[in-house]
Design a protein around this ligand. Structure first.
Ligand code: HEM
Length: 224
């Protein structure tokens, strides 16, 4: 008999954040490869808004989106890593939110994305004609350095995303966990309904949307 697919573990804002981020990172890559700098700046501003929203959601969002729910100490992470290679973890041991290893990769992905956006704000092109919305606050050399690190950090992000996808494929093939489906419909086949997500308060969503939307709006105006 197949396990029930009833327990809700990801709230809608977290799922929209994730797939929004995937689309925006793809667009950022495409727009810079085709030298569409104006679109690239808009995408950067929207990404900044998403990251700000996710940071807020990590503090006041639904239970499984909170950093306190999935950031664990090195002992727990190591024990989890060991259990992964043994047969101890199987479909019956599905956990509600991010596992102890995944939790740190989430922080790295969000932190690196935020760093890339922040560097992009100050970045200056070789001829000094194309620049991020805050580039006027720094001199040309600093702007060039920001641009250099902006590119390097993006290369690092590509590597991390590659690892992210390998990890998800690992869970799908070896652990028979369909994490992608969970990130789409928000549910996991857990037996225990108590593992279900505790939703956030509506005021927390409203403030998060205002903060994220406000940052994106401001940066789009400054870039325009
Ligand atoms: C630009 C590419 C991507 C980035 C930057 C990215 C980033 C992230 C982040 C930050 C999270 C944590 C979500 C949260 O708690 O807010 C996450 C989780 C997740 N991502 Fe991605 N992701 C990318 C692409 C993908 C793709 C293409 C897939 C599907 C094939 C995918 C599947 C997942 C799944 C299933 C989870 C939940 C993992 C778990 O159960 O703990 N991601 N991703």
């Amino acid at each position: 008999m197949s396990a029930p697919r009833g327990v809700r573990i990801w709230d809608l804002p977290t799922r929209l954040f994730h797939w929004g981020l995937v689309i925006l990172i793809g667009l950022a890559w495409w727009s810079i490869s085709t030298r569409q700098l104006s679109l690239h700046r808009t995408v950067g501003a929207l990404t900044a808004g998403l990251v700000v929203f996710r940071l807020w959601w990590g503090l006041f969002g639904g239970s499984t989106a909170r950093f306190s729910d999935f950031l664990r100490g090195p002992g727990t992470v190591l024990a989890y890593a060991r259990s992964l290679v043994s047969k101890a973890v199987g479909p019956k041991d599905l956990s509600a939110g991010h596992n102890p290893m995944g939790g740190w990769s989430v922080v790295l992905l969000i932190g690196l994305t935020g760093t890339i956006v922040a560097l992009g704000l100050f970045a200056v092109d070789t001829d000094g004609l194309e620049s991020g919305p805050l580039a006027s606050l720094v001199d040309y050399d600093t702007g060039r350095l920001a641009s250099h690190w902006h590119g390097l950090a993006f290369d690092l992000l590509k590597g991390l995303v590659g690892l992210h996808l390998v990890a998800i494929a690992f869970y799908t093939v070896f652990k028979r966990e369909n994490l992608v489906r969970s990130m789409i419909d928000g549910k996991k086949p857990l037996d225990d309904p108590r593992a279900s997500l505790q939703p956030a308060r509506i005021w927390a969503l409203a403030v998060g949307l205002l903060l994220g939307g406000g940052v994106a709006w401001l940066l789009i105006r400054m870039a325009g």
